[in-house]
Design a protein around this ligand. Structure first.
Ligand code: DSN
Length: 416
C-alpha cells in the first residue's frame, strides 16, 4: 500500500489534496524560480519517524535524551554543508531562509543598528530590511538599487549609499536579480565602511555548489540559504559562517530565534547535500543555466523584453510594460494554459506588488524533469503566444495541447 493510501484510510480529504497536488505538478510546466522537485530519497527522508524527535540544542549537547541517532544525522548534514561549500562553520537548523537571516541579524547586530540591503523592487528580499519584516522593524534599514540603464548592480552607487548610512551589515543577494554577483566588489565596499557582509544565496546555492555562479563564501562573514530551491533539497534553511562567529551564531539560532529543530528535515538536508556533492549535480546546475539562457534568448527572439537584457543564473524577469500587460494578468493567463510562474515587480516598477509589471521565470524544476535547450525554445514559444494573444480561447486551447504533449515526454515521480 502506498503512503497516500495509508493517509486516505485516516483522512481521505487530505489524501485527495496530496493526489491533486501531485497531478498538478505532473501536468503543468513549473517555472517558479524558487521551486524544484527533490529526489525520492529526500522526500522519503522528510517523511520518516525522525519527525518525532525533540532535539533542542546541538549534537552531543541536547536538552532531551534519546538523541543519539538524530545527532548522527545533524553531524552528517553539518559536515556535508561545510565540505560542499568549503565553509568554516555550518548551522543546518533554520526552518527556512527567513529564520536563517533573522538568526544572523540576532547574532551580528543590536536593535537600531544600520543595515544595507537591495531594494525589494530591484530584486531584494522581504527579510533584507522591509518595514513589514522584523529586519525593517528592529534595525535601521537602508537600501541600494540598480543602475537605471543597465538594470544591474552599480558598485559606485552602492559604495555611496554605504558611505552615507555607515551600515554594520551589508546584505547581498535577493530573489529576482537575474545576474551573477561580484562578491569581491561587495567585500570592498564593506571593508571601506567597516561593515560585515552577509550573502543570502537562497536562490543560487545550487549554482554555487555546481560551480556555475560566483562563490560568496570566501568574501562574506555570513552566507545564508534555503535548501529547497536550486539546491534541490527539502524545504528549509541553513547558515554558513566564519569560525569566529560559530558559537554566537549557533546560540542565535537556538535558543535565539528557534526552539526544537526539525530532525526529519535536517536528515533530508544531509541527503540533499550528499547529492549536491556528486558530479551529476554539477552537470545539473550547469544545465539549469544553459536552459535559462536558452529560454531568455528564445523569448527575446520573440520580442519580449528582459530586465538587464538577459540572465546569468536560473531566473529571468520579463518586463511586460511594452506589451501593455501586468504581472497578475499574465500569471493567471499562463496558469490557464498549465504554465506556473509568478508575477514580480521589476526594477523601478510603478505597480504595487499585487499587480506588478513583470513575470519571473526560472528553470530549476524543468531542468530536474530532464528538459534541455530545445524544450526551452518550445516553452518560450508558448509563453510568447499567450502574452501576444491574451483572451484568445483558440490560442489558449492550442497552447494547452502543446503543454500536455511536451510534459508527456518528461514523467515526474512516476512511482509515487
Ligand atoms: N519566496 C521566495 C521566492 O519565491 O523567491 C523567496 O523567499
Amino acid at each position: 500500500m502506498s503512503g497516500i493510501d495509508e493517509i486516505a484510510k485516516v483522512d481521505p480529504e487530505i489524501a485527495q489534496v496530496i493526489r491533486d497536488e501531485l497531478y498538478r505538478l505532473r501536468h503543468k510546466i513549473e517555472l517558479i524560480a524558487s521551486e524544484n522537485f527533490p529526489s525520492r530519497a529526500v522526500l522519503e527522508t522528510a517523511g520518516t519517524v525522525l519527525t518525532n524527535k525533540y532535539a533542542e540544542g546541538y549534537p552531543g549537547h541536547r536538552w532531551y535524551g534519546g538523541c543519539e541517532f538524530v545527532d548522527v544525522a545533524e553531524e552528517l548534514a553539518v559536515a556535508r554543508a561545510k565540505s560542499l561549500f568549503e565553509a568554516e562553520h555550518a548551522n543546518v537548523q533554520p526552518h527556512a531562509g527567513a529564520q536563517a537571516n533573522t538568526a544572523v541579524y540576532f547574532c551580528a547586530l543590536q536593535p537600531g543598528d544600520a543595515i544595507l540591503g537591495m531594494e525589494k523592487t530591484a530584486g531584494g528580499h522581504l527579510t533584507h530590511g522591509t518595514a513589514a519584516n522584523i529586519s525593517g522593524a528592529l534595525y535601521d534599514a537602508h537600501f541600494y538599487s540598480l543602475n537605471r540603464e543597465t538594470e544591474m548592480l552599480d558598485f559606485g552607487e552602492i559604495a555611496e549609499v554605504a558611505r552615507n548610512c555607515r551600515p554594520k551589515l551589508i546584505i547581498a543577494g535577493g530573489s529576482s536579480y537575474p545576474r551573477d554577483i561580484d562578491f569581491a566588489a561587495f567585500r570592498a565596499v564593506a571593508d571601506e565602511v567597516g561593515a560585515m557582509l552577509m550573502v543570502d544565496m537562497a536562490h543560487f546555492a545550487g549554482l554555487v555548489a555546481g560551480k556555475v555562479h560566483t562563490d560568496p563564501v570566501p568574501y562574506a562573514e555570513f552566507v545564508t540559504t534555503t535548501t529547497h530551491k536550486t539546491l534541490r533539497g527539502p524545504r528549509g534553511g541553513m547558515i554558513l559562517c566564519r569560525e569566529r562567529f560559530a558559537q554566537s551564531l549557533d546560540h542565535a539560532v537556538f535558543p535565539g530565534v528557534q526552539g526544537g529543530p526539525l530532525m526529519h528535515i535536517i536528515a533530508a538536508k544531509a541527503v540533499a547535500l550528499k547529492e549536491a556533492s556528486q558530479p551529476e549535480f554539477a552537470a545539473y546546475a550547469s544545465q539549469i543555466v544553459k536552459n535559462s539562457r536558452a529560454l531568455a534568448a528564445a523569448l527575446q527572439e520573440r520580442d519580449l523584453r528582459l530586465v538587464s537584457g538577459g540572465t546569468d543564473t536560473h531566473l529571468l524577469l520579463v518586463d511586460l510594460r511594452p506589451l501593455g500587460l501586468t504581472g497578475d494578468n499574465v500569471e493567471e493567463a499562463l496558469d490557464a494554459v498549465k504554465i506556473t510562474a509568478n508575477k514580480n515587480n521589476i526594477p523601478f516598477d510603478d505597480k504595487p506588488p499585487a499587480i506588478t509589471s513583470g513575470i519571473r521565470l526560472g528553470t530549476p524544476a524543468v531542468t530536474t524533469r530532464g528538459m534541455r535547450e530545445a524544450e526551452m525554445v518550445e516553452i518560450a514559444d508558448l509563453i510568447a503566444l499567450v502574452v501576444k494573444n491574451m483572451g484568445s480561447q483558440e490560442v489558449m486551447r492550442r497552447v494547452r495541447e502543446r503543454v500536455e504533449e511536451l510534459l508527456a515526454g518528461f514523467p515526474l515521480y512516476p512511482d509515487l
